[in-house]
Design a protein around this ligand. Structure first.
Ligand code: SF4
Length: 416
């Protein structure tokens, strides 16, 4: 029994031991589990911490990267800005340069245009056209005062009830009617000759264009006869425009304004113009003023009233053949009552008129005391080998007028 008891005790002890061991094992396992759990937890924490750290680091890195990128971006932006600024500066500079150049060019053009205008006296084309048209109209229809005065003197000089007086009466009546009706003084309105005094830099081609338009208009309006024909074919285009017609002579003067003179030189009187190469042995005329006097009076004799006297002579001593004739016509722009500045020529002019009026040729060659209304003599240098006396004859229908223009091209005043 004791043994049994001991055994029991031993068994129970064993069981207890086992139990304890089991418990201990359980504890151990639990502990192990707990430790594992703790370790796992710790590991987890560690991992989490690590991850957090990593995250933070990553975040920081990211931030850093972003910052770096931002910096880069900013720098890039700044660089870009800088570049852009530089480029803008460059472009602006270039644009400024271009603008400056353009401005300069514009200024140049404006200056040129202004120059053109100012040199043309700021001429308004329409005003100039109207002035030329008015000049043509007046030249064609109204005899200048200085000429009318001499015609009336001639009428008064002629004996009453003579053919000469009759002719002078017809002439004066004709003048009145033409003026009143604004019609040409004679059916032949002649070669259209302009003499234009212009300031420095005047654009002649512009004036010529306007002048041609005015001539065409004046022809349409009947102030000019359709008078210009092709020399080979005889064709008349009815405009009075063609090579050499109208004839425009430009002269530069020191004034800033334009003076414009017009002569309508008829065919009948042009035909009796003459040029003498001196000495002119036929008349025993030498190369001196006495010889000049002889040939001038010879021309008057030969005309015998043809060319519709009483007329006016324009004479040039010297020059070549072309310049001589041109200069002789320019003398016709002088006023009939002026006095030649060269005394010997002034005396010769007076002498020629007085002598011619004693030749008995008279108006239209009908006899009488009025053969010449005036004689105007100019000179040009000549070659020692040549001595020309060129004589242009202007009929009683002495159509020449002139205007001084205002800066805008409108008429300032009439010159005759
Ligand atoms: S010369 Fe004179 S007046 Fe005689 S027809 Fe010719 S334009 Fe008339």
């Amino acid at each position: 029994m004791a043994k049994k008891k001991a055994t029991k005790k031993a068994v129970s002890k064993k069981v207890a031991k086992k139990k304890v061991a089991k418990k201990a094992a359980k504890k151990k396992v639990a502990k192990k589990k707990a430790t594992k759990k703790v370790a796992k937890k710790a590991t987890k924490k560690k991992v989490a911490k690590k991850a957090a750290k990593k995250k933070v680091a990553k975040k920081a890195t990211k931030k850093k990267v972003v910052k770096k990128a931002t910096k880069k971006k900013v720098a890039k932006k700044a660089t870009k800005k800088k570049v852009a600024k530089k480029a803008t500066k460059k472009v602006a500079k270039k644009a400024k340069k271009v603008a400056k150049k353009a401005t300069k060019q514009v200024k140049k053009v404006v200056k040129k245009a202004t120059q053109k205008v100012s040199k043309d006296q700021g001429v308004d084309k329409k005003a100039l056209f109207n002035s030329i048209l008015e000049l043509i109209k007046n030249t064609s229809t109204v005899i200048p005062d200085d000429v009318q005065k001499v015609i009336l003197e001639g009428l008064a000089r002629e004996e009453k009830n003579t053919t000469a007086e009759y002719a002078m009466n017809i002439i004066t009546n004709n003048i009145e009617i033409a003026k009143k009706k604004i019609q040409p003084l004679c059916q032949d309105t002649g070669t259209i000759i302009f003499y234009v005094d212009v300031p420095k830099g005047f654009v002649q081609s512009d004036f010529t264009k306007i002048c041609h338009k005015a001539v065409v208009k004046a022809t349409e309006m009947g102030y000019l006869r359709q008078n210009s024909v092709d020399s080979l074919t005889g064709e008349n285009k009815g405009m009075n425009i063609g090579p050499g017609h109208p004839s425009i002579h430009f002269h530069e003067h020191n004034k800033k304004t334009i003076d414009m003179r017009l002569m309508l030189k008829a065919g009948g009187c042009e035909n009796v113009g003459a040029q003498y190469a001196m000495p002119y042995n036929e008349l025993g005329a030498g190369r001196d003023l006495a010889g000049v006097r002889k040939v001038i009076l010879d021309a008057v004799q030969k005309a015998q009233g043809k060319g519709c006297g009483p007329g006016v002579l324009g004479v040039c001593i010297g020059g070549d053949r072309g310049a001589g004739y041109t200069h002789s016509k320019e003398q016709l722009f002088r006023k009939l009552d002026d006095t030649n500045e060269v005394e010997v020529l002034a005396d010769l002019e007076k002498d020629i008129v007085e002598t011619a009026n004693k030749l008995g040729i008279g108006p239209m060659g009908f006899g009488g005391k009025t053969t010449l209304m005036g004689c105007k003599i100019g000179t040009l240098n000549r070659l020692p080998a040549s001595y020309y006396v060129s004589i242009s004859y202007m009929c009683w229908a002495f159509r020449r007028q002139g205007v001084a223009l205002k800066n805008d091209g409108s008429i300032n005043k009439w010159l005759y």
